[in-house]
Design a protein. Structure first.
Lengths: 135, 405, 120
């Protein structure tokens, strides 16, 4: 991986290919761990929708697909940071073969990690947002 | 005890705030041309609205996020720009037609052309938003809006054949003028399920600080409030069916709508009609303006609060100021209010998929709403509604061309 | 502690230390390092930043518009991630948002327009 900067918001949704050029899917999520005051990237989540892969319908489309099809339609791969090549941000590449990547769902609590049921305490802070600022 | 009070207030404000230019005009036109035959669309639209209001309220209560917040946060700016732009555009036209409604009520009361009333009305609305807080804006106009109950009174006084009225609740095909029939049907859907309504509702829920213990109040308000509101629209349709249809009066001007109540309630009826039209449209004016400002502010993370002083939310206050005054201008230059009302209702109906379909994803996102996500029943209903909105979208252009006046 | 950039950071509302809304996270910067894991170094707020995300012709048009009239946007404000905490609902930064470009328009409008109108 070369040094430099990379814009996440432009990376998300891009098609990711593996070492042999085969399409893995679209980049959906980047997961980082907070280590020693820094957010260090651990892995990338690439979602694959088989035949529907070509439709770049964005998060809404994927959300709908996931809803309708559940786990049967939605599959995804976990790409550890060392296997992701971002030297060309418009064409992110995985440096190994697709088959070697662990799939999302093989580990528990992947994909959408359910947040603990939103408790009352999250609301007061939301109200604080709304009742304006002390100028 | 407090819960019952809240609930009652919620229902009452829903009733008082239900009618506006679009729902009145479409119901009048429906009754005048097709009798009771289009009652089912009012029922359908009301059910759809009930669903969306309950869900947007639940979203706000559980997550503290409004629909606007959630749409951007879950789907990103590249998606959000779509409901934002379409929502603002459509709402702006509806807003202008509401100002038109108030202005026409004043024209009918004073004889002075609605064009002269447009800017004063816009200014009055602005003043209420500027100086008032959310509670006053929402509850004030809604409580005054209870005057619209006069429509129910008038409908009852006319002793309709309830058998035939109920028959109208079943979807039937028209026996004449099919294009116009479906045009009005779609317009009624647009009048009932305006996106600004449920987006405003969720913003209100956050302004009022709703939490998970408000969920049952939310559900009851949505179901009862919207049902009773729907009854108001139905009442307008019934009166039009009994007053206009036999006389062959087709309503293509607001002034003709003014003939709705006098046959039943005499001169008092006329005054009450004007009061109902004026107050209902004025309430909608402030609500839509706020809803538009909320959409913009929430989408870009500005401070937004009707409860705060304008100085504390400069961009938000500027947005609603510019919006309401521009909309007033549209009426001031003389755009025909009735035509704009019809057109904006059609446009609203066509734009529904863009906000309804994402609700599907939002309300099933376990990470977002947790255990409060949709049960199968809500999903089935929402799914059916989503399909309806797509059908409506596809039929909008042909209908506008074939069935529009 | 885990951070999911899309889920917890991107497009979320940003609050400063005074609990004011500064804006939303429009962009996130990844610092790539040779031979080491990339680091989420900063996030940005700015019209130019989200306009680029619109994609296609509309995105290019929005960016060109912003370039033509720089005053339209706020300028880009960058916040280093070390000063950032995310709750999954909102993002908090440990500084005063008021002097930043993100609130430039808010401040300008408050001083020059809104405050001039009585009753503000």
């Amino acid at each position: 991986m070369d040094a430099g900067e990379c814009r996440v918001e432009l990376l998300i949704g891009r098609r990711v290919a593996d070492a042999s050029g085969e399409v893995v899917g679209r980049l959906e999520e980047i997961v980082a761990d907070y280590i020693d005051g820094e957010y260090v990237v651990r892995e990338f989540h690439v979602g694959a929708y088989a035949a529907l892969e070509r439709l770049g319908t964005g998060m809404l489309g994927r959300g709908l697909l996931r809803l309708i099809g559940g786990d049967r339609i939605y599959t995804g791969y976990i790409v550890p940071w060392r296997h992701m090549d971002l030297s060309d941000p418009e064409r992110p590449r995985v440096t190994v073969a697709k088959a070697e990547l662990p799939r999302i769902g093989e580990r528990p609590n992947d994909g959408s990690r359910p947040r603990p049921a939103p408790a009352q305490r999250s609301r007061p802070s939301a109200t604080k947002l709304r009742t304006g600022s002390e100028s | 005890m407090k819960r019952i009070l809240d609930l009652t207030l919620g229902i009452v404000t829903s009733i008082g705030g239900f009618l506006e230019a679009g729902s009145i005009i479409t119901a009048v036109q429906a009754g005048a041309v097709f009798g009771y035959k289009l009652l089912w669309t009012i029922a359908l639209g009301t059910l759809g609205l009930m669903l969306l209001v309950e869900q947007s309220g639940r979203l706000a209560a559980v997550t503290g996020r409004t629909v606007g917040d959630a749409l951007r946060e879950r789907f990103g700016i590249s998606f959000y720009i779509i409901p934002l732009v379409t929502g603002l555009l459509v709402s702006f036209l509806v807003l202008a037609s509401e100002i038109g409604g108030v202005s026409l009520a004043l024209q009918m009361a004073t004889g002075i052309s609605f064009q002269w009333w447009a800017m004063p009305v816009a200014f009055a609305g602005w003043f209420l938003l500027w100086k008032g807080n959310f509670g006053i804006v929402e509850k004030g106009s809604s409580l005054l809006g209870l005057v619209t109950i006069v429509f129910v009174v008038a409908a009852l006084k006319l002793h309709p054949d309830w058998g035939r009225v109920s028959a109208g609740l079943l979807p039937t095909a028209p026996d004449h003028d099919a294009a116009r029939y479906w045009y009005i049907a779609v317009s009624i859907i647009g009048a009932s399920i305006s996106p600004y309504l449920y987006m405003f509702y969720s913003s209100g829920a956050v302004e009022d600080g709703w939490g998970t213990d408000d969920l049952s109040t939310n559900k009851a308000t949505a179901v009862l409030g919207m049902s009773f509101g729907g009854v108001l629209s139905a009442a307008v349709l019934i009166i039009a069916a009994l007053v206009f249809l036999p006389r062959g009066i087709q309503v293509d001007r607001y002034e003709q709508a003014g003939l709705l109540l006098p046959p039943v309630l005499g001169h008092t009826g006329f005054v009450l009609f004007l009061a109902s039209l004026g107050i209902a449209c004025f309430g909608a004016t402030t609500e839509i303006t706020l809803a538009m400002a909320y959409q913009l502010a929430q989408g870009f993370g500005w401070d937004w609060s009707e409860n705060a002083k304008p100085k504390q939310n400069a961009r938000f206050s500027l947005t609603y100021t510019v919006t309401i005054l521009l909309a007033g201008l549209v009426m001031a230059v003389g755009i025909d209010p009735l035509e704009l009302t019809n057109f904006s209702m059609m446009l609203t109906a066509a734009s529904l998929p863009v906000t309804v379909i994402p609700m599907f994803v939002l309300m099933n996102d376990e990470a977002l709403v947790g255990e409060h996500r949709n049960r199968w029943f809500s999903n089935a209903a929402l799914g059916a509604l989503s399909i309806l909105t797509i059908v409506v979208l596809l039929s909008a252009v042909p209908l506008q061309l074939l069935g529009g006046s | 502690m885990e951070l999911r950039i899309v889920h917890d950071l991107l497009d979320k509302v940003v609050l400063d230390e005074g609990r004011r809304n500064i804006g939303r996270v429009d962009g996130v910067v990844l610092e790539l390092r040779r031979g080491a894991a990339p680091v989420v170094s900063a996030f940005e707020i700015g019209g130019r930043v989200w306009a680029r995300r619109l994609g296609g012709r509309i995105g290019r048009w929005a960016v060109a518009l912003g370039a033509r009239w720089p005053a339209l946007g706020n300028g880009v404000t960058r916040f280093a991630m070390r000063d950032v905490r995310t709750t999954g609902i909102t993002v908090s930064v440990k500084c005063d948002g008021r002097p930043t470009p993100a609130l430039a328009w808010e401040n300008w409008l408050r001083e020059h327009v809104i405050s001039r109108i009585p009753g503000a």
